[in-house]
Design a protein around this ligand. Structure first.
Ligand code: UDP
Length: 317
């Protein structure tokens, strides 16, 4: 790929025909992996990303456990075939950094205190890369976490903004990313709080302020797409199917729920005494199979936790 002669046409449109404040088309599929607790396949322009969430499950080896909280591990990985030049498989400096900052992007929303001694593993696999893969991976991971029923205060949405030929542009394409003057990936909560911010290149203070306004608008658009994807998955189930599929064991029957993106849980007297049933609400604006109980520690980690081969070095802390 060589540097384009110009980045904008006579109408001010970008190389792929977008306006400066327009994001690339995004397509999300929820629950695509049968062995993951939650998963998401996301296409964003020419990016293709798969996210899988496993857990909460008991953390092994036990010496890595934190008695007051679950830990979140996040692995961002680019497939060897995802870029023009093959990437050497395995972690590298870039993927280690992206994994770390992406894990931190979820810290303010994932309610880890509910699962002491547990681990929640997030895997983000980039299958095809075309600029903005860390943000694409975060968007997919947020959906996969919600799909796994991990209690969260809200979704996380991510988008980059940058500068090309002196103009601010939202959601950089590949040429804009490679040959632009600045690249500013940002992740935010649904309340607009910033949970990740990185920057390559230079912006003036005024440009930076304007860029942040642009990226917040982009983040809101992505949040809507994420919500729609979750709604379309969970609205297809009839309440009885959800009851059958999602009876969650809890010791306390009187849990009241949900500051979060979740489908609310509620005690169903017809079900055995110590169970909770996830139900949908027709007029519920909230999305995702997330349920939250204020009193911590009630969900047992998975039984299947004999993965003693987890190494200390794999934990992104
Ligand atoms: N890229 C590549 N090889 C690499 C890393 C990145 O070809 O080893 C490409 C890939 O298309 C990626 C883009 O460069 O999407 C921009 O990479 P950057 O490090 O800015 O991260 P991203 O924008 O993907 O989050």
């Amino acid at each position: 790929m060589s540097k384009p002669e110009k980045f904008f046409d006579e109408n001010g449109l970008r190389l792929d025909g977008r306006r400066v404040d327009e994001i690339r088309p995004m397509k999300i599929e929820v629950g695509v992996l049968s062995r993951a607790d939650g998963s998401c396949y996301l296409e964003w322009g020419n990016n293709k990303v798969l996210a899988g969430v496993f857990g909460p499950r008991e953390l092994h080896p036990r010496r890595m456990q934190r008695p007051d909280t679950a830990i979140v591990r996040y692995r961002y990985n680019m497939a060897a075939f995802s870029v023009e030049d093959r990437i050497r498989p395995g972690p590298n400096r870039r993927s280690t950094e992206i994994s770390k900052v992406s894990r931190e992007a979820f810290e303010p929303v994932v309610m880890t205190h509910l699962y002491p001694s547990a681990v929640i593993d997030v895997f983000a696999e980039v299958l095809q890369a075309d600029a903005g893969t860390r943000t694409a991976a975060i968007n997919a991971a947020a959906i996969a976490l919600a799909d796994a029923g991990i209690p969260m205060k809200g979704l996380v949405s991510a988008c980059a903004v940058g500068k090309v030929d002196g103009k601010l542009v939202l959601d950089l394409g590949k040429e804009e990313d490679n040959y632009g003057d600045a690249d500013l990936p940002v992740a935010m909560t649904q309340d607009g709080d910033i949970t990740l911010i990185q920057m390559d290149g230079n912006l003036t203070q005024d440009e930076f302020k304007e860029a942040m306004e642009m990226v917040k608008v982009g983040g809101k658009q992505i949040l809507e797409i994420q919500r729609e994807a979750l709604k379309s998955k969970f609205s297809q189930f009839k309440t009885e199917e959800i009851e059958e599929a999602a009876v969650i064991e809890t010791p306390e029957p009187d849990a009241t729920i949900d500051e979060t993106v979740g489908i609310e849980t509620e005690v169903d007297e017809s079900v055995e005494t110590d169970t909770e049933v996830i139900e949908t609400e027709d007029d519920n604006e909230k999305v995702g199979a997330v349920f939250v109980e204020d009193d911590a520690n009630d969900k047992e980690p998975d039984e299947n936790t004999d993965d003693e081969d987890v190494e200390e070095g794999e934990i992104n802390e």
